[in-house]
Design a protein around this ligand. Structure first.
Ligand code: ZN
Length: 872
């Protein structure tokens, strides 16, 4: 097809400037026919635009009746069969649509739009031979009479045909869709086709830039709303939700939106509502392959395998050769972390159609997430050869480039991939943390995960996002677990928002246990709840804790019952909502452990693995679901009431009123923490330092739990710093860091002070906090080095020196020398190598010369000449 394509291409882009007399004749004939048919048309018959309107507003049956009547009357125009077939398709009458189209082509033999409709219909019916024939026909028609196909509808149909033939999407965009947009501004077709093409190729930004201005012009177009919603889903979820809502207002029978909603409901584990939505789709289109496929997904998730097979065969009843059915089922299962089963479905889709690209891409992603890297990359490679323009594949290949430069570290249970220099700096720390998590959590849950567990730590956020979500520009995630694979952002990529990477890996590893223990049949809330809970168990500063915001929510009763917690994750409207969903879930776990012991959690995980639903498992393993709902609520409320009891945080501000006078509030109410802080800050500003100190000490006593970076302890430390009272400053910071494990600047400040005071053991402890937030900064590393040297800890010293060598090679002469000193006894050969590397950087380094002499004197055989190459 390649050759004929290029001919078709060139010619259809340029119009012949002259028409032959035969061509003029033909137009004349069409015009005559048109005039005749207008005269014949019955007075009250619907017009084409009225029928289009019926279709647009979801009155498919009426549209079908009117167009059928018009065709019966022999009304002229390809629009009639096009509209009729579209109405029939939306009602699931695919074979009737086929008849309509065939009859249409019989009458309008030149019609490209009808042939494109025939192609869509043949694909649904699994008739790939017919698709080939139709494409050939379109090619011939367009080549022999390009002047005929220049209106918006035809340009769009031609562009779609060109895509089917494998044309360059950029050329199609410019040659057809853009032309349709420019030349027919009053028609939505060109905009929509261009936007959809960009979405299909994964270029959502381009799609949004095309569709956003278009929707201003065509606000009443449900297809347009849906396409734009798809394009902005990740970047602007709220706008997307509004657009989806709008599409249903325009057309209450708009199946693509209903399908999207059902998919969301399944994601949210709201299966009952999803089944209702699917039933609604089936009343519109009883044969909808997508609706039956989604039913199969729900049955699968409930381990109802007979019904799953039944729904799948219904979905395939239109055509067993339709790869979209298995692709859809598999993709939805992968969304639920059922990558193994998802991959199996993609393989079935590829059996139906070996060239079906979406299945290839999804299978590649599934395999990469299952850790079956080799086959995954092979498939991605093959897919990219098939489609050079797919943005998600392009991103995937970029990622592969980055991953190839990564270093792989292997431990007993893990394969860890990280950027080479990061690996040199803190790879060792990652290894020990993960092995510790493996030992502790496997023992606790009585479950040993399959090894090796793969952990990838990305220093570029985009690589992380593509690896994790398949697309770049997704921010806000620290790490993700896929069952046997953990992806995480490295501290280098999190500098704007420092976090404790150890707590992140602990959390993610805990997911490995809970996902594998349940065969991925665990609802998200429970998996997150256990992970956050286990963070707190490992280190009480990790994980989430009560804060003024969550206390307020609990006391106001603004919390989700345990039995509905799944919905809290999907219905979260803000980051705050989502955070609270994590926190509440972890508190449910804490409550169950508190009431029924840790075994209860293990038993629930076992039940899930056996195929029980979460609510059945909870009902069995606790005091009963209803009681659990009620008693957790009471317990949580009691916790909230006890937390920071009598402390006030909320500042009431009436609408339209001027901002409240915080100082006045603080003076009237000594228990108002937020106002108290504002007052203390004002006192400092006015130099009333004694009063400020008193107020801050009172606030700390009032609310000792505060671990925030803007709390009383941080402010007091700042005050002591200004007053040059370093001992007091250090003491307050130490208290603060007992409660916070992610305040990097506080930890660095304290480390600085402890180094100055030569408090080496304390400095080492503080240094450990710094390393768990950002191990990649040379200055704190040098301070920790001083501490390890003073405390005579050679192993730790060696580790820090190695890190420093990586981060600050300019100081290489000294660092190599120090390494040589440490290794002098333990490994003289390595010591000599480091001495030589030191001298290479500083040839007059006397101490190094002396050490080299000493090492050479005690040398037992090898001469200093056969040195290994510089490892730098
Ligand atoms: Zn998590």
């Amino acid at each position: 097809m390649g050759e004929s394509l290029s001919i078709f291409w060139d010619q259809s882009l340029y119009f012949p400037s002259l028409m032959s007399w035969q061509e003029k004749m033909m137009i004349g004939r069409i015009l005559t026919l048109l005039a005749v048919s207008t005269v014949i048309a019955a007075a009250n018959a619907a017009t084409i635009s009225e029928c289009r309107e019926l279709l647009r507003t979801g009155k498919y049956q009426e549209c079908l009746d009117e167009t059928a009547a018009a065709i019966e009357r022999r009304s002229y125009g390809e629009d009639w069969p096009v509209l009729r077939a579209e109405a029939e398709t939306r009602l699931g009458r695919y074979l009737q649509a086929q008849e309509t189209i065939n009859a249409g082509i019989g009458r309008y033999s030149w019609s490209i739009r009808l042939r494109m409709a025939a192609i869509r219909n043949s694909k649904l019916l699994g008739n790939s031979k017919r698709v080939e024939t139709l494409l050939d026909e379109i090619n011939q028609l367009a080549t022999s009479a390009p002047w005929r196909y220049t209106d918006a509808d035809d340009l769009v149909a031609l562009g779609e045909a060109a895509i089917e033939m494998g044309a360059d999407p950029k050329d199609v965009l410019e040659g057809f869709f853009d032309r349709a947009r420019r030349n027919y501004e009053s028609r939505a077709d060109g905009h929509l086709a261009a936007g959809k093409l960009a979405i299909e190729k994964g270029d959502l930004a381009l799609a949004a830039s095309i569709l956003r201005p278009a929707i201003e012009k065509f606000p009443e177009n449900a297809d347009m709303c849906f396409a734009l919603a798809t394009a902005v889903q990740t970047a602007e979820p709220e706008v997307a939700a509004q657009l989806l809502q709008r599409s249903l207002e325009i057309n209450p029978n708009f199946v693509p939106t209903m399908q999207r909603l059902a998919e969301r409901q399944i994601d949210a584990e709201d299966y009952e509502t999803a089944e209702d939505t699917i039933a609604d789709i089936l009343t519109i289109n009883p044969r909808s392959p997508e609706a039956h496929a989604l039913n199969a997904v729900i049955h699968h998730l409930h381990s109802r395998h007979d019904k799953e097979a039944e729904s799948r065969s219904r979905a395939l009843s239109v055509s067993t050769a339709n790869p979209q059915v298995d692709h859809l089922i598999g993709t939805r299962l992968s969304r639920k972390y059922r990558f193994r089963e998802g991959a199996a479905y993609q393989r079935m889709a590829l059996e139906a159609d070996a060239l079906y690209l979406p299945a290839k891409i999804q299978l590649a992603q599934d395999l990469l997430r299952l850790g079956e890297v080799e086959e995954g990359w092979q498939l991605a490679d093959a897919a990219q050869k098939q489609d050079k323009y797919d943005v998600s594949l392009f991103n995937l290949m970029q990622l592969r480039g980055s991953l190839r430069k990564f270093e792989t570290r292997r431990t007993e249970h893990f394969v860890i991939r990280m950027e080479r220099s990061e690996s040199a700096v803190y790879g060792q720390q990652v290894e020990s943390l993960l092995e510790e998590a493996f030992a502790a959590l496997s023992a606790k849950y009585g479950y040993t995960p399959a090894d090796p567990v793969v952990v990838e730590i990305f220093h570029r956020q985009d690589d992380f996002a593509v690896r994790t979500f398949g697309l770049p520009d997704v921010a806000g995630f620290l790490g993700v677990c896929f069952g046997n694979l953990i992806t995480a952002n490295s501290p280098a990529s999190m500098r704007d928002n420092p976090n404790n990477w150890r707590s992140v890996l602990w959390h993610e590893f805990c997911h490995v246990i809970t996902l594998q223990m349940t065969g991925n049949k665990i609802p998200r809330w429970l998996s997150e709840g256990i992970s956050v809970y286990e963070e707190r168990i490992r280190d009480q500063r990790w994980g989430q804790h009560m804060d003024p915001g969550s206390r307020k929510r609990v006391l106001e009763g603004n919390i989700t019952p345990v039995s509905q917690l799944s919905s809290a994750f999907l219905n979260a409207k803000s980051g705050e909502d989502l955070n609270f969903a994590y926190y509440e879930s972890s508190m449910v776990v804490e409550y169950i452990v508190h009431e029924h012991g840790a075994e209860a959690i293990t038993l629930i995980l076992g039940d899930l693995n056996a195929g029980l639903t979460i609510n059945d498992a909870l009902d069995r393993r606790t005091q009963g679901l209803k009681e659990l709902d009620a008693q957790f609520l009471d317990w949580f409320r009691a916790r909230a009431e006890a937390w920071a009891k009598d402390v006030e945080f909320v500042i009431v501000r009436e609408e339209g009123a001027p901002p409240p006078d915080l100082i006045q509030i603080a003076q009237q109410n000594p228990n108002h923490y937020a106002a108290g802080l504002a007052w203390a800050a004002e006192l400092i500003r006015q130099d009333f330092v004694k009063e400020a100190e008193e107020k801050l000490l009172q606030l700390i006593e009032l609310h000792p739990e505060d671990s925030s970076t803007g709390g009383a302890r941080r402010l007091l430390a700042e005050l002591y710093k200004q007053l040059e009272r370093p001992q007091k400053q250090a003491s307050v910071l130490r208290d603060h860091l007992q409660r916070s494990s992610s305040d990097l600047s506080a930890a660095m400040e304290l480390l600085e002070l402890q180094t100055a005071f030569e408090q080496w053991p304390q400095a080492l402890q503080t240094g450990d906090i710094v390393l768990s937030i950002d191990p990649l900064q040379p200055r704190p590393l040098r301070q920790i080095l001083q501490a390890t040297q003073q405390l005579n800890a050679p192993d730790e010293t060696q580790e820090i020196l190695n890190s420093l060598l990586e981060l600050d090679p300019s100081d290489g002469a000294r660092i190599h020398f120090q390494l040589a000193e440490i290794l002098e006894e333990k490994d003289p050969q390595a010591a000599r190598r480091h001495t030589l590397l030191s001298l290479e950087r500083a040839p007059r380094f006397r101490a190094a010369h002396a050490l080299l002499l000493k090492l050479t004197a005690s040398d037992t055989g090898e001469s200093p000449k056969d040195e290994p190459a510089d490892s730098q």
